[in-house]
Design a protein around this ligand. Sequence first.
Ligand code: ATP
Ligand code: MN
Ligand code: MN
Length: 301
Amino acid sequence: QDVEDDRGSPAPAPKDNVEISSRDRVIFPNSGETKGDLADYYEAIAPIMLPFASSRPLSLVRCPQGRAKKCFFQKHDNGGFGDGVKAVPIKEKDGGAEDYLFIEDARGLLQCVQMGTIEFHGWCARSDAVEKPDRMVFDLDPDEGLDFTEVRDAARDIRKHLADIGLTSFAMVTGGKGIHVVVPLTPGHDWEAHKSFAQRFAKALAQAQPDRFTATMSKEKRKGRIFIDWLRNQRGSTAVMPYSARARANAPVAAPIAWNELEKLEEANGFTIGDTNRLLDRAKSKKLAGWGFADQRLPDV
Ligand code: ATP
Ligand code: MN
Ligand code: MN
């Protein structure tokens, strides 16, 4: 059947057709990518990004005048984004509730970009079950000047320690300096158990190898070490979503990595929004098949 109706009027615009204003505005000054380039990146990458970023409370990094000007985090829905950006009420510590924002489709993704969003960060829980975390993230933050090879080795060691307790994990370069080791989890346990597990895991590593790792945020204790940032795993915290662009020089993106390609990797910011086709091809390839998915629960420890 023809999609056009019998009067010959044009078919309606696709659902995710979001009007992007100021397409020529330069968002990344030193490399030259515009708001239009960013929107095209997100439109193309949406099918492989949405499985991770949809239906999850988000925190957006918005830089309406580009990354070199004022940027701000936004986690609450103020109603100004459009119909593709949804709100989920979440209880605050004081007993009240606030509307957090989430998206479900490419339309929501692009409406965020239209509003100057560069980065998408997400909770470790889905918007339909905010009290039951479904992913754990170990965010490896190297001290300044530490070689990337150290970060790679740390990620591999963490993978092994997780495997020893029966947990499958995946690596992602952040588009910045480090690697996130991501542990998908079948929801069931609460935030208390989630945070406590992450904290104990990170502290045990830091205790076993204090010359390589620290589990405390202090910059002082990080000297020459890697901070295993387990604090991403608290209720309300976020981590950058796979395929999110970063508001950093040269428009890098957070990119899933297969464990066996890690050893050849030279930096965490090697993929950019100019690599759309390469990222799409990689996502379809065997080496990244199943990346980020595993049906597993935290061990009772
Ligand atoms: P890098 O590899 O360079 O460390 P990163 O994304 O891991 O990149 P971090 O500074 O380690 O950057 O931050 C980890 C996560 O913590 C971020 O991805 C973000 O989701 C969250 N975060 C950091 N700063 C803030 C902030 N000011 N407000 C809200 N969330 C933040
Ligand atoms: Mn980090
Ligand atoms: Mn961190």
